[in-house]
Ligand binder design. Structure first.
Ligand code: DX5
Length: 215
């Protein structure tokens, strides 16, 4: 999954095309409000236009303080999945239900400081868990080392609950740690600076795929 956050902010269409031609299977759009995280990225109009321009499925990753407000605001934008942060909501179950009611797959993201066990009650109701491998809001950071242990724990929790939620790792994913993340139990890897900061974006994703599959 390619996050276009590290792409050219003044040329998002080229960032989308680059992700497509590099072979990304999803596009992740980081919607941030300058409050839940210090940065402001883009809002619903970029989500809508991206969904119109690409055939790839789009995930909207809400890094916002009031996820409730964004469900109606983004209604009809065309995103397949919407992720909100557990730390941002006092009524996560209500947000999950509201997202699903819009015909969108709900997912929950957790910050590095939040333990995997905080998700236990929600796992049967969500399609995806997005585990942040970095402090959210900025690309180009290094994966926090304890992420592997958290992924292992989350894998156990998901498998023992019978949940079908997938585990996504977002932040700090590069060729050198992709294999270990998948071995720990990750299903989906989000790559941003690993793609846009690479001299050959297509080669960057190919390399990660090769490493993950052990070829
Ligand atoms: C940050 C975003 C990530 C970010 C990842 O909060 O959710 O998608 O762009 O960037 P890299 O891959 O550079 O860590």
């Amino acid at each position: 999954m390619a996050s276009i956050l590290a792409g050219d902010a003044l040329n998002l269409l080229s960032a989308i095309r680059m992700a497509e031609s590099a072979g990304a299977d999803w596009i992740s759009l980081d919607v941030s409000d300058g409050h839940f995280v210090p940065t402001i990225s883009f809002g619903e109009e970029v989500v809508r236009r991206t969904c119109q321009e690409t055939k790839l499925p789009v995930e909207a990753h809400l890094m916002v303080s009031r996820p409730d407000d964004w469900i109606d605001r983004m209604d009809g934008c065309g995103h397949r999945q919407m992720i909100f942060h557990l730390e941002a909501s006092q009524r996560a179950m209500g947000v999950i239900n509201a997202i699903r009611k819009k015909g969108v797959q709900p997912g929950v993201a957790i910050n590095p400081e939040t333990p995997a066990d905080a998700l236990v009650t929600l796992l049967p109701y969500i399609d995806s868990v997005c585990m942040m491998g970095i402090a959210p809001g900025f690309s180009g950071q290094q994966l926090i080392e304890y992420t592997y242990k958290k992924v292992e724990r989350l894998r156990e929790l998901i498998d023992s609950s019978g949940s079908t939620a997938t585990i996504t790792i977002d932040g700090g994913v590069k060729a050198h740690n992709a294999r270990q993340l998948v071995e720990a139990g990750a299903d989906v890897l989000v790559v941003s600076s690993g793609l846009y900061g690479h001299a050959n974006p297509q080669e960057s994703l190919n390399e990660i795929r090769r490493i993950v599959s052990g070829d």
